[in-house]
Write a protein that binds this ligand. Structure first.
Ligand SMILES: Nc1nc(=O)c2c([nH]1)NC[C@@H]1CN(c3ccc(C(=O)N[C@@H](CCC(=O)O)C(=O)O)cc3)C=[N+]21
Length: 297
C-alpha cells in the first residue's frame, strides 16, 4: 500500500484564509485589529526564522504583530516586566514567549506570568487544567493542528486506537488529552516503554513526537494506519555541508504501510503557525466580548 500524503501546508493555507476573513470581521466590529505579541529572547537562528514567519503570517491575516526582541543576557525580571506590560495592553490579544528560553530563566515562572486569557500557546497551567477538564481555554497549537488534520482525514475519531509517542508538556500530553476528548483509546509511549514496536503496531492513529530522527519504522505501523509526524530534525544531507529536515518517522518505509501520513516538511509544522493565528483571533473575540462561532474556524 502507498500512503496518501496529508498536505498540512495546503490545510494551513486554508485555515489562514478562514482566520483572515474572521479577522476582517473582528476589525469591523471592534474598531481595531486583533493583535499578537511575540517575545524572543536571544539570537537562536532557528527561533529567529520562526518568529519572522509568525510576524509575516500575522500581518497577512489582517492582524497586528508586535515583536519584542530581547538580548540573550536579559534578566528574568526584565522579561517578566515585558510580559506584564503586554498583559495590560488592550491592543494585545495574544502573547507568545518563544521557547526555549536561555538557561538562566525559569520557563514555568515566565509562562505563569502570562494572562491565561492571552495565552494563545496554551502553556499556562490554567489552560492545561481547562483542557484536561473539558473547559474552554487555549489548546497548544501543534497538537490542535494534528487533531484538525486527523479529523479532516478520518472524520470521527471515536473508538479508534491512538498511540502518542512522546510525553512532553507542549505536544505529547496535550495530544493525549485531545484524543481522549475525541473518544479515542489512547496510549502514551515514551523512552522507557517496553517493546515500542509492538505498542505502535496496535494503533489506528500514530502521533510521533519524540525528537529522534526517523526512529519509527514502517514495520512498526499497522497497515492502513494514519501517521502524524510532529518531529522536525535537521540532519546531515547527501551533499557535504548540506542539511535536510526529517521527522521522527522513517517516511520511506512508513509510507509503504500507512493509509495516510504527514510529510516533513510540509505536514504538521505549517499547521502550528496557522493554529496560533486561529487561537489569536479567538482570543480577540473572547476578550472583547464579541460573539464568534469558534467551530467554523
Ligand atoms: N512558545 C513557543 N510556541 C511555539 O509554537 C514554538 C516555540 N515556542 N518554539 C519553537 C517551536 C517550533 N515551532 C515551529 C513552528 C513552525 C514550523 C514550520 O513551519 N515548519 C516547516 C518547515 C520549517 C523549516 O523549513 O525549517 C515545516 O515543517 O514544513 C516548525 C516549528 C513552534 N514552536
Amino acid at each position: 500500500m502507498t500512503a496518501q500524503i496529508i498536505d498540512g501546508k495546503a490545510f494551513a493555507a486554508g485555515l489562514r484564509e478562514r482566520v483572515g476573513k474572521v479577522a476582517a470581521d473582528f476589525e469591523a466590529k471592534a474598531g481595531r485589529k486583533a493583535g499578537l505579541a511575540v517575545v524572543l529572547v536571544g539570537e537562536d537562528p532557528a527561533s529567529q526564522v520562526y518568529v519572522r514567519n509568525k510576524g509575516k503570517q500575522t500581518i497577512a491575516c489582517g492582524m497586528e504583530s508586535f515583536e519584542h526582541k530581547l538580548a540573550a543576557d536579559t534578566s528574568e525580571a526584565d522579561l517578566l516586566a515585558v510580559v506584564e506590560k503586554l498583559n495590560a495592553d488592550p491592543a494585545v490579544d495574544g502573547i507568545l514567549v518563544q521557547l526555549p528560553l536561555p538557561s538562566h530563566m525559569n520557563e514555568q515562572k515566565v509562562i505563569a506570568a502570562i494572562n491565561p486569557d492571552k495565552d494563545v500557546d496554551g502553556f499556562h497551567v490554567v489552560n492545561v487544567g481547562r483542557l484536561s477538564t473539558g473547559l474552554p481555554g487555549f489548546v497548544p497549537c501543534t497538537p490542535l493542528g494534528c487533531v484538525m488534520l486527523l479529523k479532516d482525514q478520518l472524520g470521527s475519531l471515536s473508538g479508534l486506537d491512538a498511540v502518542v509517542v512522546g510525553r512532553s508538556n507542549i505536544v505529547g500530553k496535550p495530544m493525549a488529552q485531545l484524543l481522549i476528548a475525541e473518544s479515542c483509546t489512547v496510549t502514551v509511549a515514551h523512552s522507557r516503554t517496553q517493546d515500542l514496536p509492538e505498542v505502535v503496531r496496535r494503533a489506528d492513529i500514530v502521533v510521533a513526537a519524540v525528537g529522534r530522527p526517523e526512529m519509527i519504522k514502517g514495520e512498526w505501523i499497522k497497515p492502513g494506519a494514519t501517521v502524524i509526524d510532529v518531529g522536525i530534525n535537521r540532519v546531515a544531507g547527501a551533499e557535504e555541508g548540506k542539511t535536510r529536515l526529517v521527522g521522527d518517522v522513517d517516511f520511506g518505509s512508513a509510507s509503504e504501510v500507512a493509509g495516510a501520513i504527514t510529510p516533513v516538511p510540509g505536514g504538521v509544522g505549517p499547521m502550528t503557525i496557522a493554529v496560533l493565528l486561529r487561537n489569536t483571533i479567538v482570543a480577540a473575540h473572547r476578550n472583547a466580548g464579541i460573539a464568534l462561532d469558534e467551530s467554523t474556524i
